[in-house]
Design a protein around this ligand. Structure first.
Ligand code: SF4
Length: 468
């Protein structure tokens, strides 16, 4: 049995941020090569601290869905997963045994050698008849003076494509460092120019900053009076959204587990947790804001406040992904990065098999079954705030300066809307939803939303809408 975990950045504010990870998870799931494909995030749930607990097998491969090596792939993700590794990840990845699971952590997909083919595929999409006689290729990276690794891979791919000889010229240009993308009319001589953004997703940079810096007006823009003469620019979509990235991810995963393809067993603690949960679901269960009831050989799940409403009055969902997509936003249309906040939308019901019920509950309340079961077995370890604060780096290191009063003030504000009970602050949870108390869900550690809010408080900016 094998589990594959795909890690994305996620966002506290933007519900679209996780979509690329969902899409790749679905593409890989369809191939059936792994027993499960699970998504995890830095700023959404399941969080990096929880995600390994949600895997069903003892053989886990974790792939960061990032375009380049850097702070997140070398510092934040390994630290939060508890890998005991910091710094550059070797080509074969890092393997550790964590809580009875063998966990392999790989390089990000963006540095895999086959990304050169993805750049080429994107270039051919926008200009199928690009030639070595009249077409230049610009591989466009973000670049940052803080992380030289992020440009290394752009230069490397540009060099490989130059050697491939399919273009008259190949240039590596950047948004945030020299050589900057705005200088392109001075460096590119060919009359036709293909620009491929080496970016993970479509967003502010690909839709606004790059076109603005280059003077583009759409997919094809003609510049009649450039220094090199008339030039036409063909603007491709970012590499990170190309379906072939799913193949790149699978290559990475297979390389990490070796040609023989390792395999593990069912993780026993995880399986016990779900068996206990399913037994309760078979007689009807209220968990957080939902009701789960057996219904003619399947299960029905709905918002507890919709109890008694005729099924025809509710939107019926029939897949775990349908549940996931429906509950990502509250009734006001706002993104829900923390799923145990009491803002589950109403007006839906899900009809699911027992297998799909597990997956749907995983999407609805990630890690809640595993952590609650562990709590009932006295096996859930709480992480006190000072430990969480000391672990923070980068822009979040500032939370180490928060006074206990500031932490309590912000937690009182944020956590009062959450179903979870703050074990990390010393609060007690004698009974859980598994004992019939619907809101009895433990919180073992401050979530990233709270950490971000405490950072704003320390900076004196809380409530000013500073970004997370
Ligand atoms: Fe909920 Fe607060 Fe725990 Fe975050 S820290 S999961 S808001 S109880």
């Amino acid at each position: 049995m094998r589990s594959l975990v795909l890690i994305g950045h996620g966002s506290h504010l933007n519900g679209e941020s996780a979509l690329a990870v969902y899409r790749y998870a679905e593409l890989i799931r369809e191939r059936g090569l792994y027993d499960e494909v699970i998504e995890g995030y830095w700023k959404e749930e399941p969080s990096l601290r929880q995600v390994l607990k949600t895997t069903a097998s003892t053989d886990v491969t974790v792939i960061p869905l990032f375009i380049s090596e850097g702070y997140f792939t070398e510092v934040v993700i390994p630290r939060e997963l508890g890998l005991g590794h910091q710094g550059p990840v070797p080509p074969g990845g890092v393997a550790r045994v964590i809580g009875g699971r063998t966990v392999r952590y790989t390089l990000p997909y963006g540095v895999h050698p086959s990304m050169t083919d993805v750049i080429l595929a994107r270039a051919r999409e926008v200009l199928p008849d690009a030639t070595a006689e009249d077409t230049a290729l610009i591989v466009l990276g973000h670049g940052t003076t803080r992380n030289e690794n992020s440009n290394k891979i752009v230069y490397h791919n540009a060099e490989l494509l130059r050697q491939g000889g399919q273009f008259a010229e190949v240039h590596a240009l950047f948004l945030d460092e020299d050589p900057k993308v705005g200088t392109w009319p001075e460096v590119v001589k060919a009359p036709r120019v293909v620009v491929v953004p080496f970016f993970a997703s479509e967003g502010w940079h690909t839709l606004e900053t790059i076109p603005e810096d280059m003077g583009l007006s759409g997919e094809v823009t003609v510049f009649p009076e450039n220094p090199a003469g008339a030039q036409t620019v063909y603007y491709a979509r970012p590499v990170g959204t190309h379906p072939r990235v799913a193949d790149v991810i699978l290559h990475l995963a297979e390389e990490a587990s070796g040609a023989a393809g390792a395999g593990g067993d069912l993780e026993r603690g995880h399986e016990h947790a779900w068996q206990v949960f399913l037994k309760q679901a078979q007689v009807g269960l209220r968990m957080g804001e939902v009701l789960i009831r057996p219904d003619s050989g399947v299960f029905e799940m709905r918002h507890a406040l919709d109890e008694g409403l005729p099924g025809g009055d509710l939107k019926t969902l029939v897949t775990p992904e349908g549940v996931r997509d429906h509950i990502r936003f509250d009734d006001g249309g706002d993104h829900r990065p923390v799923h145990t906040l009491r803002n589950l939308p109403r007006g839906w019901r899900a009809v699911l098999s027992d297998h799909d019920l597990r997956r749907a509950v995983h999407y609805l309340y990630p890690a809640v079954v595993e952590e609650t079961y562990a709590h009932t077995c006295h096996a859930l370890r709480a992480t006190p705030w000072p430990t969480t604060a000391r672990r923070q780096t980068g822009i979040y290191a500032r939370v180490q300066k928060a006074t206990p009063e500031q932490v309590e003030h912000v937690a009182g504000d944020i956590c009062k809307s959450c179903l979870r009970t703050r074990l990390w602050a010393g609060h007690k949870l004698p009974k859980t939803f598994l004992d019939g108390v619907p809101g009895g869900i433990p919180c073992a550690e401050a979530c990233t939303l709270l950490v971000a809010e405490i950072r704003e408080e320390v900076a004196g900016k809380r409530g000013q809408g500073a970004g997370h």
